[in-house]
Design a protein around this ligand. Structure first.
Ligand SMILES: *Cc1c(COP(=O)(O)O)cnc(C)c1O
Length: 381
């Protein structure tokens, strides 16, 4: 990073190119473009594949805001399919039920780093002439039947955001095997100009640029690319560390009847991005949010990844989505929460988290929530 700063070339330049080359080599894909977020990468993929007004894209409700927001950005209609009960990944059978003549693409998310059923999804996409765009923000190290994410679809997007498996502070990478998509995305990430600054100030002498499309400023800076490269060198070490911690959590919670632990299907290599469990509401008298509040009071930080997208205010109002659309996702949405998982977490930390959770669950099993704040358990308005 200091070398990038000292070089004087701090915007997109040679370190961005190195980062892109590293992603191509790691994933075995012909094209990789570094951008300033995973959200930008997915936006560029949609634009580059010509998806826009009048088109429908099928995606999952158990995801980050990006999965729905980018569809609105390009003027396409989000169509939510339900998820599979074990992995909470997009369910190919539900996707098949929601196809219409306007469906143009399927946008699965490899949730928590566990690969989607890529066999069923690619078969559906091929049969119906649809684009498959993978949100691989959680899944940089993952593989499905030995194939890395992004190697069997139209495009895949990775994130270098602060909380992801590796980070540059902010950043993203779009990968594709389609030269025409790579070219369109390269132009659109740099304001729609005909040639990048790095090439413009090159040895061939003065050249005018031309605006080929009303593009965006989605460039990654070389300073951030240098951080990304340093993190990439640690990727497999971080992965092994998280995998070990997941094993410790699995053992510590194995006999905890109130908690459903994450599954790993055969023939996949998960990225172990998050350790997200589900509260068995039938076994306790408290809601998930009440359990979270009590565990947080034990000074353990928890997360919720994610509450169903279609029930957020904007999507209810704009598209009329209501409960009942995706029953499996909606049930999970009320039950799931994530335990701390990051390299540097110690065995003692895992034991503390498990002990705090067990302590809270023992009370939640036998007693009503103290005070019984109904607002704490209300679903999103
Ligand atoms: C974090 C995240 C994103 C967005 O990544 P950015 O790089 O912050 O844009 C997209 N999808 C999922 C599933 C994520 O978790």
């Amino acid at each position: 990073m200091l070398a990038a700063l000292r070089s004087g070339w701090v915007t997109m330049g040679p370190r961005v190119q190195q980062l892109e080359a590293a992603f191509r080599a790691m994933l075995g894909v012909p094209h990789a473009l570094a951008v300033n977020s995973c959200t930008a990468a997915i936006h560029l993929a949609l634009l580059g594949l010509g998806i826009g007004p009048g088109d429908e894209v099928i995606t999952t409700p158990i995801s980050f805001a990006t999965s729905a927001n980018v569809l609105v950005h390009v003027g396409a209609a989000p169509v939510f399919a339900d998820v599979e009960p074990d992995t909470l990944n997009l369910d190919p059978r539900s996707v098949a039920e929601r196809l219409t003549p306007r469906t143009r693409a399927i946008m699965p998310v490899h949730l928590y780093g566990h690969p989607c059923d890529m066999g069923a999804l690619t078969a559906l996409a091929e049969r119906h002439g649809l684009q498959l765009i993978e949100d691989a923000a959680h899944a940089i190290e993952a593989s499905w039947q030995g194939r890395r994410m992004g190697s069997a679809s139209a495009a895949a997007a990775f994130s270098l955001y602060a909380t992801k498996n590796i980070t540059a502070g902010e950043g993203g990478v779009l990968v594709t095997s389609r030269p025409e998509l790579a070219e369109a995305a390269e132009i659109l990430r740099n304001h729609g100009l005909s040639r990048g600054a790095w090439k413009r100030y090159g040895a061939e002498g003065f050249r005018h640029w031309e605006i080929l499309a009303p593009g965006y400023n989605y460039k990654l800076s070389d300073v951030l690319a240098a951080i990304g490269l340093a993190q990439l060198a640690k990727l497999e070490g971080f992965w092994a560390e998280r995998r070990r911690l997941v094993g410790l959590y699995d053992a510590a919670l194995a006999d905890c009847a109130e908690i459903a632990r994450p599954v790993v299907r055969p023939a996949v290599r998960p990225a172990y991005h998050l350790y997200s469990v589900r509260l068995r509401l039938e076994q306790v008298r408290w809601t998930r949010d009440q359990v979270l509040a009590a565990v947080q009071a034990e000074r353990i930080g928890l997360g919720v990844h994610f509450r169903a997208l279609h029930l957020h205010p904007y999507y209810r109002q704009r598209f009329g989505f209501a409960p009942g659309l995706c029953p499996v996702a909606e049930a999970a949405s009320e039950r799931l929460f994530s335990l701390p998982l990051y390299p540097g977490l110690t065995e003692a930390d895992v034991a503390d988290v498990a002990a705090a959770l067990r302590k809270v669950l023992a009370v939640a099993r036998s007693q009503a929530f103290p005070g019984g704040d109904p607002a704490a358990s209300a679903p999103p308005a």
